[in-house]
Write a protein that binds this ligand. Structure first.
Ligand code: PEP
Ligand code: MN
Length: 347
């Protein structure tokens, strides 16, 4: 249930409404827009029906939310949520590009990639320290050593770092080092992990599961939000369908759908969708055109020798070219690429 307040209510009027909601045993979530404030209520909605909320002078309407997710629903917030990433804010209308290798393979390759993606205008650096792999015999990442390399790369470039956390036992460690915790496709419904990253209070990049519906994705986000962590970004990365030509099927319609359905930022990962370097640029451009708030793109200085996902990783020059083309598509639609940390510092 959401309680929409009249424009420009006073703090005192707001407090009265919030107090009434609490007394009924529900949890109020206040969301302030430019002119209007709304109070989302989580709990037994029947209790709220017992009280004539419209009798409060501050209350304009009371609207039920007939959806399984509440905190993630667009109606629950007064505007778009912005998630801080370093100096930037994903969801601010610009296109934020997060780029870097699938796995952190060593300090030199990471620094080389970080410098190159920063120079091309990326807003953040990605890199896997703990890797989920389909085979138990594949490379599983350099673990905490790789986290330290990411910290070095952040210090060298100013780029905030995004890295995956696979296991509840690693949340505190990854949260201490990274700016944003990635929850991967295979863990989208690992509810213990979602709860733990919710508790961490850190920005979370939540990837859509391989065969998850958009409702499943929003309910997974709800787990993080319900722990009091509002810093959640969603990421469409391709789903498994009957089509086998590409690694996954990029559900581009998910972008405009999610933008309507939720106030959370929506990102696209064209790399895991395509599975092939030559197809990544077209999918990335489509994502910008579809209204994505950001992209997650795999980039490697020597993809032929990458320890994971080399086939789909862009080379450094290919990434720089793509950034130019994304800039053009964004500007054709009246949008722009987010400023890189270097540009933000110069201001
Ligand atoms: C990744 O980003 O490298 C990754 C493992 O992604 P996903 O969870 O989408 O497969
Ligand atoms: Mn990968």
């Amino acid at each position: 249930m959401i309680i929409v307040l009249r424009p420009h209510v006073t703090e005192e009027e707001l407090a009265q409404v919030v107090e009434q909601v609490r007394q009924l045993g529900l949890t109020p979530h206040i969301s302030r827009g430019v002119t209007r404030t709304i109070v989302g209520c989580i709990g037994d909605e029947d209790r709220l029906r017992e009280v004539p909320m419209l009798a409060f002078p501050a209350v304009e309407t009371v609207v039920p939310i007939e959806k399984p997710y509440k905190l993630a629903a667009r109606e629950f917030a007064a505007g778009d949520t912005q998630v801080s990433l370093g100096q930037g804010a994903v969801g601010d209308g610009a296109v934020h590009v997060i780029a870097g290798p699938c796995s952190v393979e060593g300090e030199a390759m990471l620094l080389q990639t970080a410098e190159a993606v920063r120079a091309a205008g990326a807003a953040a650096l990605r890199g896997g320290a703990f890797k989920p792999r389909t085979s138990p015999y594949a490379f599983h990442g350099l673990g905490s050593e790789a986290l330290d390399m990411l910290v070095v790369a952040r210090a060298a470039t100013g780029l905030p770092i995004v890295t995956e956390v696979l296991d509840t036992r690693h949340v505190a460690l990854v949260a201490e080092k990274a700016d944003c915790l990635q929850v991967g496709a295979r863990n989208m419904q690992n509810f213990a992990l979602l709860t733990e990253v919710g508790e961490s209070g850190k920005p979370v990049l939540l990837k859509r599961g391989l065969s998850a519906t958009l409702e499943d994705l929003l309910l997974a986000a709800e787990y993080v939000l319900a722990r009091g962590n509002p810093h959640v970004m969603l990421c469409e990365r391709g789903i498994r369908t009957f089509e086998r030509a590409l690694r996954n099927t990029l559900d581009i319609g998910a972008v405009p759908y999610l933008k309507r359905e939720t106030h959370l930022p929506v990102l696209v990962d064209p790399s895991h969708a395509a599975g092939r370097r030559d197809l990544v640029p077209a999918l990335a451009l489509a994502a910008v055109a579809a209204g994505a708030d950001g992209l997650l793109i795999e980039v490697h200085p020597d993809p032929d020798h990458a320890r994971s996902d080399g086939d789909q990783s862009l080379r450094l020059d290919g990434f720089a070219d793509l950034m130019e083309r994304m800039r053009d598509v964004a500007s054709a639609l009246g949008r722009q690429l987010a400023e890189s940390p270097a540009q933000l510092l110069r201001r």
